[in-house]
Every structure is written in C-alpha cells, then in structure tokens.
Design a protein around this ligand. Sequence first.
Ligand code: NAP
Length: 211
Amino acid sequence: MKIGILGSGSVGQTLGRALVEKGHSVRIGTRDPLKLESWRAEVGAAASVGSPAECVQWAELIVLAVHGTAVEAVLESAGVPHFSGKIVVDVSDPLDFSGGRPGLFVGTTDSLGERVQRWLPDAKVVKALNTVLAAVMVNPGLTGGDPDMFIAGNDADAKLVVGGLLESFGWPVIDMGDIESARWLEALSLLWVVHSHRTGKIHHAFKLVGK
Ligand SMILES: NC(=O)c1ccc[n+]([C@@H]2O[C@H](COP(=O)([O-])OP(=O)(O)OC[C@H]3O[C@@H](n4cnc5c(N)ncnc54)[C@H](OP(=O)(O)O)[C@@H]3O)[C@@H](O)[C@H]2O)c1
C-alpha cells in the first residue's frame, strides 16, 4: 500500500521504517521536510517526505501521529477533502500535562478519535496503537506474555485492513467497537502514563484475559 504518515516524531519515524520493511511505500507529511533527510536516506527508496497535503493526496491509507493539540490544524493544512474514502489510523492521544499531573484535554463524553472522525466525515477512522510506546509498536517482544492491541472505529472493512497491518507488526488485535470506544482507549493511554510515572518503566502494554 501507499501509506502516508502525518507526524515526524518518534511514532511517525518508527512506523514509517517498519511499514517500508513490510513492503509498503511510505510518505511522511511534515511542515519541515528537511529535518527528515537522514530518516529518508536511512529507510531507502520506498520512503519519501513532503508537505501534509502532498502526503495525504498521494496515500491510500493515512496514519495520524501528530501532537494531540495540533491534530485539527494538521488535518486542515492537509486538506479535508483529500481524506475522502480513505482509512485514517489515529494513533494520537489528547494528553494534557498543563495541570501539573497527567490528564486528557477531552474525555469521558467525547474523544480525540471521535473528533477526528467528525473533522473527516468521509474518512474511515480507526483508533489504534495509542496505548503503547513507539518503540513497542512493532514486534513488541515484551516479557510476561504477549499483549493485545485494542482498536475502535465505525467501518468494519477498515478495521480488517488496520488489523492486518497490526498483525504484521506482531499484535493480536481486539476490536472494541465503534469510534466512541476511543474514549476508553485514550483513557487507557493515561493509565499507561500513570504507571510510567510511578515506576519509571516505559515498555509496558495491556492484555485482555478471561475464560
Ligand atoms: N511517542 C510515543 O511513544 C507515543 C505513543 C502512543 C501515542 N502517541 C501519540 O502519537 C502522537 C505522536 O507522538 P510523537 O511522540 O511521535 O510526536 P509528538 O512530539 O507528540 O508530535 C510531533 C508531531 O506533531 C506535529 N506538531 C506539533 N506541534 C504542531 C503544531 N503546532 N502544528 C502542526 N503540527 C504540530 C509535528 O509536526 P511537524 O512534523 O510539522 O513538525 C510532528 O509531526 C501524539 O499524539 C502522541 O500522544 C505517542
């Protein structure tokens, strides 16, 4: 697939590298393509960098991995019509540390994932990968058992496509329902942060067990 990534941070660079290794073509969209020169050179010919609009126009599927507070501005700069009919994998979290402790700037009765779906009404938004560290997103390889990846979105076919990508990264995938469940996946990311602050650990992930 031609996969566009909006976001040039550790998530965007990590997923871009891994998707190229899996045989996809990747274009990262950023305000500053020059800062990704070494990433592009390292990843090779299937990797490219452009503006957010170039990235989304070119891509068949888009990964949204920008700072939570910048999501709406980045979607607007990329051009909302360019997302029409495409799958958007929303990895972003609405983290808010302004109160001196970990919090979310939207939650409980709404979520960033739902906002993204409202901002992009003709796209198929799937929340995924937002509950683990970038370094754990591909081939997690954790001790203590294989973690699960929880996803949420309104379009069943889009969730199948995203599930396939996640399985290629080594994740068992659990569908948590429509995009409203992004409220609880984003809350789970905060639980991840709380555990990290309490223990200093960063390589943890969640697993659903039962019988
Ligand atoms: N880091 C992790 O391990 C991790 C794990 C799970 C989820 N997440 C979530 O994934 C997202 C990406 O995280 P990250 O750590 O890779 O990167 P980040 O530092 O949270 O964000 C970097 C990206 O945000 C964009 N950005 C920041 N401020 C902006 C602004 N004012 N206007 C436009 N764009 C702006 C930057 O765009 P430019 O390229 O144009 O500079 C850059 O691409 C976040 O929502 C984060 O909460 C992160």
